[in-house]
Design a protein around this ligand. Structure first.
Ligand code: NOJ
Length: 447
């Protein structure tokens, strides 16, 4: 058995990374609009203000997706575009943008996959404490209500949160992402509780308003590779992948166990002690409502660097890396599918996987990116391996459709299948994009 007939061959983006139009038609500001202006947070002082101008050029982008034959497009909704103050007054023009985007996608035969929260918290809500405010689950519920009422069953699959590991870990612990904070453990526990409750409330809203849609989320986290091909090594890699490390907020289990297993991670007390949050029975039931898939973003295996030679088990002197130094470890996609299906018992959806390169338009006017093609080829073979072993994999979503604003790195990391010249917004499908088109057309048979 190879790729299923209805496999979701897709590509992804996120509002703050591609849309631009930061104040267009009544949009409010997100923390990424406000805070990158205030400090020296992003390489070269770049901002998401214009990005790929997708807000104004989405029809051109959808036409490129169609040319590539994409079956799905994962995008996120900008909360402050829809609710400029985070709650209250709805910006109908902002909402209309997402209705039009979905309609254009459906018209092109592409299934919309929508993420509610890909990190662009409305500044107005941040100023009231953001995720640390006990009202935040209610704010998120209101936002989910507005969006899901408008989009209804246009959306094939919803994701509540993108990578809580990262927006909490990089945004509130390491201070690399907005809101650039270094919060303490008690605050992280409080925020976790609110994010979990927000997720639960949003799931109830989505079930009510979009009964035909799939509902899930898009977390990320460590995936260790087995040291060798013995069952014992695989078991060890699995156990390490589901453990709760010291930097618990980055782990799979911190978020996944409450949501998918309905309980805190086993070693939570050890990690956070007396600060551990509590939920009532009713709250646990809401947080752990059954979802339709386990989505995950996955780029590279976790490596343990250290003595004696400073390399993890699969890394070696000169081992393959992407242009931003991420290890190329195709097997991580096989093991992620396997481990997450085993852990949570749901079909899996690869919500992100991709390669950052040093792409540019070459003398002949094309973007030749053989490294990306090879990367995708290797990783997709591992997806095929998982499917052939009977693991239900719903789809593969390449990150990203176009080059875009890579958070604190700005525009220099290019992940896209489509090159964007930010001087004039000209799009050029890269060689890998054409290669992906052929893979999709053969439903993976040519891999
Ligand atoms: C994960 C995030 O969801 C996305 O926003 C980011 O651009 C990619 N990984 C690449 O770092």
């Amino acid at each position: 058995m190879s790729f299923p007939k209805d496999f979701l061959w897709g590509a992804a983006s996120a509002a703050a990374q591609v849309e631009g139009g930061w104040d267009a038609d009544g949009k409010g500001e997100s923390i990424w609009d406000t805070m990158v202006r205030e400090g020296n947070h992003v390489a070269h002082g770049e901002t998401p203000a214009v990005a790929c101008d997708h807000y104004h050029r989405f029809r051109e982008d959808v036409a490129l997706m169609k040319e590539m034959g994409l079956k799905s497009y994962r995008f996120s909704i900008s909360w402050p575009r829809v609710l400029p103050e985070g709650t209250g007054q709805v910006n109908t023009a902002g909402l209309q943008f997402y209705i039009d985007l979905c309609d254009a996608l459906l018209e092109a035969g592409i299934q919309p996959l929508a993420t509610l929260y890909h990190w662009d918290l409305p500044t107005a809500l941040y100023n009231q404490g953001g995720w640390a405010n006990p009202e935040s689950p209610r704010w998120f519920e209101e936002y989910a209500e507005v969006v899901s009422q408008a989009l209804g069953d246009r959306v094939y699959a919803w994701m509540t949160f993108n990578e809580p590991q990262v927006f909490v870990g990089l945004g509130h612990v390491l201070g690399i992402h907005a809101p650039f904070r270094h919060d303490d453990s008690p605050t992280l526990c409080t925020m976790t509780k609110h994010i979990l409750l927000a997720h639960g409330r949003a799931v109830s809203v989505l079930r009510r308003n979009c009964p035909c849609a799939l509902v899930g989320m898009a977390p990320t986290g460590d995936c260790w590779l087995p040291e060798d091909h013995t069952p014992e090594a695989e078991e060890q890699a699995y156990q390490k992948s589901v453990a709760l490390p010291k930097n618990f907020e980055f782990s799979n289990a911190w978020w996944g166990d409450p949501i998918f297993l309905g309980r805190p991670p086993a070693d939570a007390e050890n990690a956070v002690g007396e600060h551990m949050y509590t939920l009532t029975e009713e709250e646990w039931a809401s947080v752990s409502q059954k979802l339709d898939f386990y989505g995950f973003n996955c780029y590279q295996a976790t490596a343990e660097y250290g003595p004696p030679d400073g390399y993890g088990s699969y890394a070696y002197q000169g081992s393959p890396k992407t242009a931003i130094g991420w290890n190329i470890t195709p097997e991580v996609l096989y093991y992620s599918c396997k481990f997450w299906h085993r852990r949570y018992g749901l079909p899996v959806l690869i919500t992100e996987n991709g390669y950052a390169g040093l792409d540019f338009v070459m003398l002949d006017g094309h973007v030749h990116d053989p490294q990306r093609t090879d990367f995708m080829h290797r990783y997709l073979l591992q997806v095929q391996r998982a499917i052939e072993e009977g693991i239900p994999v719903l789809g593969y979503t390449y990150w990203s459709f176009t080059d875009n604003f890579e958070w604190d790195s700005g525009y220099s990391s290019r992940f896209g299948l489509v090159y964007v010249d930010y001087r004039d917004q000209k799009r050029t499908i890269k060689d890998s994009g054409y290669w992906y088109r052929d893979v999709i057309a053969s439903n993976g048979a040519n891999l």
